[in-house]
Design a protein around this ligand. Structure first.
Ligand code: AMP
Ligand code: ZN
Length: 485
C-alpha cells in the first residue's frame, strides 16, 4: 500500500504538531514510561499504553523499523510523587507482610495480563528498573560534580545548572515548586533526588551501595538511564501520561541534558528525545479510579462485569489521545455494541472468503483516508469511522474487503479477524446460569412461539429473566440474549 501522508505528531516540548523526522533513517525508537508495580494498574493507566501501542503500530504501518521500550518501575517511586513520603513498594510490602520482590512480581504480571487483554503489542524490551542500578549509579556519578549536591537525605540535582529547566511543563516556576515537598537544605524547590539515602538506623528491603551511601535511585533517574542505554541519545519519541509533562519528564530532560553535556532546549534533540508525547487522562466522576479507593476501576472489574476488554480499547480509540476521555458504563456499553457490529461484519465476510493479499483499487480511497487520519497526530476517531464505512460496503469482493479491514485493524488493534461474536456477549462473572441451559430454554421458547403458545413462551422468558438473562427479541444485532444488563 502506498501511504504518501507525512506523519505529523504533536510535540509537547514545542507545543506544535511536527512532521516526524527519524533520527536514524527508516527507524523509530520509542520509550514509554511504564507502571510502578506496587498495585494493579487502573484503566486510566492502561489508556497510556493503548496510546503508545497505537503510536507504535502507526510507525510500523508507515514502514519504520520500530524499537519500543517500556520500563517497569519496581523501585524508588515515592508515595507523593515528589521527594518525600514513603516508598510505595516498601509501603505495600509492609502492609501486606510480603517481600517487596514478590509484590513487584505479582503486579508486573497483572499489568502484563492487562497489556495482553487489550491487544497491546509487547515492546522490544520491558526494561526492569532494578536490573539497571549499576548503570544508574554510573550515570549519577558522571553528572554529580557539575550538576548535583549531597544532603543528609541523598544526592540532589540542581536544576539551575541546565538551561531551560521546566520548558516542557510551561508552568510558572512557583506553581511547579508548590507541588514539591520541602526538603531541608535544597537549593531550589524544584531540585530533586537522584539518589535517596536509606535513613540512619533503617533497613530497606531494596537498597544498594553507592558513593552516596546505601539507598535507592530516584525515580526520574531510571528512565533517563534505561532510555539512553537501550535507545541511544537522542532517540525519537518519549511518551507518557500528561501528568508526566509537569515533573517527571522535565526532570528526566534535565538529567539528559547534564549527561549529554548539551544545553538549550531550542534544539529539541538536546532533551534526549526529539519528540515528547503525552496522552490526556481518562476521568471518572465518582473517584473509583483512585487506587486508594478500595475497589477501583481496573480492567479485571470490567471483565468481571461481563465486558470484553477490547470494548475498552475501542472506547479509548473513540477519543483523540490528547482529549480527556470520560469513563462511564454506558459509554463502555456503547463501545461494546460498536465492536460487536464490526465483528459481525467480519464474521459474515469470513464465511464467504479469506483475506486476499492486497485489497485492490476499490478500497484504495478508504485506505488513503485512513492513513491520512492516523498520520494526522494519530486521529483514531476518524480512522474508526473509515473502518466502519468499509465494513458497511455492499457488493464488493469479500476477500478484498477482509484485506482492507485487516490492514486498518493492524493499526487499531481490535483483533477483528480473530474475535468471535459469542465472546462479546455481556457475561458477568457473577452469573450462575450455564450457557447450554440458556440455549436449551431458548430453544423451547422458540418452539412455544412457533406453536403460538405465547403464555408458555412468556413464562420461559420470565424464568430466564429471574436468573439474570435478558432475552432480546428483534435485536438488530441478533444477539438474542445477554446476561446482566
Ligand atoms: P503510574 O503507574 O502511576 O506511573 O502511571 C502509569 C501511566 O499512566 C503514566 O504514563 C501516567 O501518566 C498514566 N496515567 C495515570 N493516570 C492516568 C489517567 N487517569 N488517564 C490516563 N493516563 C493516566
Ligand atoms: Zn519515566
Amino acid at each position: 500500500m502506498t501511504d504518501t501522508h507525512p506523519l505529523v505528531l504533536f510535540n509537547s516540548l514545542t507545543r506544535q504538531p511536527e512532521e516526524f523526522q527519524p533520527v536514524h533513517a527508516g527507524e523509530a525508537r520509542v520509550y514509554t514510561c511504564g507502571p510502578t508495580v506496587y498495585n494493579y494498574p487502573h484503566i486510566g493507566n492502561m489508556r497510556a499504553y493503548v496510546f503508545a501501542d497505537v503510536l507504535g503500530r502507526t510507525l510500523s504501518y508507515k514502514g519504520y523499523k520500530l524499537t519500543h521500550v517500556i520500563n517497569i518501575t519496581d523501585v524508588g517511586h515515592l508515595t507523593d510523587d515528589a521527594d518525600a513520603g514513603e516508598d510505595k513498594l516498601e509501603k505495600a510490602a509492609k502492609e501486606r507482610a510480603q517481600s517487596i520482590w514478590d509484590i513487584a512480581q505479582h503486579y508486573t504480571e497483572a499489568y502484563w495480563a492487562d497489556i495482553k487483554a487489550l491487544n497491546i503489542r509487547a515492546p522490544a524490551e520491558w526494561s526492569i528498573a532494578t536490573k539497571y542500578v549499576p548503570e544508574m549509579i554510573a550515570f549519577a556519578q558522571s553528572i554529580a560534580d557539575k550538576h548535583c549536591y549531597e544532603l543528609p537525605t541523598g544526592l540532589y540535582f540542581d536544576v539551575s545548572t541546565v538551561a531551560d529547566y521546566g520548558r516542557l511543563a510551561r508552568a510558572a516556576t512557583d506553581e511547579g515548586e508548590g507541588r514539591i515537598e520541602h526538603v531541608e537544605g535544597k537549593r531550589h524547590a524544584a531540585d530533586f533526588a537522584i539518589w535517596r539515602k536509606t535513613p540512619e538506623g533503617e533497613k530497606r528491603q531494596m537498597e544498594w551501595d553507592s558513593p552516596w551511601g546505601r539507598g535507592a535511585p530516584g525515580w526520574h533517574l531510571e528512565c533517563s538511564v534505561m532510555s539512553g542505554k537501550l535507545l541511544g541519545f537522542p532517540f525519537d519519541i518519549h511518551t507518557g501520561g500528561i501528568d508526566h509533562r509537569e515533573i517527571h519528564h522535565p526532570n528526566e530532560i534535565a538529567q539528559n541534558q547534564a549527561f549529554c553535556c548539551t544545553n538549550g532546549l531550542d534544539v529539541p534533540a538536546n532533551s534526549g528525545a526529539r519528540v515528547w508525547m503525552h496522552n490526556n487522562f481518562l476521568v471518572e466522576r465518582s473517584g473509583k479510579m483512585s487506587k486508594s479507593s478500595g475497589e477501583f476501576l481496573r480492567l479485571q472489574l470490567l471483565i468481571d462485569k461481563g465486558y470484553h476488554p477490547l470494548a475498552y480499547r475501542l472506547m479509548c480509540l473513540q477519543a483523540h489521545y490528547r482529549s480527556e476521555l470520560e469513563f462511564s458504563w454506558d459509554g463502555l456499553g456503547a463501545a461494546l455494541t460498536r465492536l460487536k457490529r464490526l465483528v459481525m461484519a467480519v464474521t459474515a465476510l469470513r464465511a464467504q472468503a479469506e483475506p486476499v493479499a492486497g485489497s485492490g483499487a476499490r478500497f484504495a480511497p478508504f485506505l488513503d483516508r485512513f492513513a491520512a487520519a492516523l498520520s494526522d497526530d494519530l486521529n483514531t476517531p476518524v480512522g474508526l469511522t473509515v473502518l466502519e464505512e468499509v465494513a458497511a460496503l455492499k457488493k464488493v469482493d469479500a476477500g478484498e474487503k477482509l484485506a482492507a479491514i485487516a490492514a486498518m485493524d493492524a493499526v487499531l488493534g481490535l483483533d477483528l479477524l480473530a474475535l468471535d461474536r459469542a465472546e462479546l456477549r455481556l457475561r458477568p462473572k457473577a452469573a450462575e446460569i450455564a450457557e447450554a441451559e440458556i440455549e436449551a430454554t431458548l430453544a423451547r421458547r422458540k418452539e412455544a412461539r412457533a406453536a403460538k403458545d405465547f403464555a408458555a413462551s412468556d413464562a420461559l422468558r420470565d424464568e430466564l429473566a429471574a436468573r439474570g438473562v435478558e432475552v432480546m427479541d428483534g435485536d438488530p444485532l441478533g444477539w438474542e440474549w445477554k446476561l446482566g444488563g
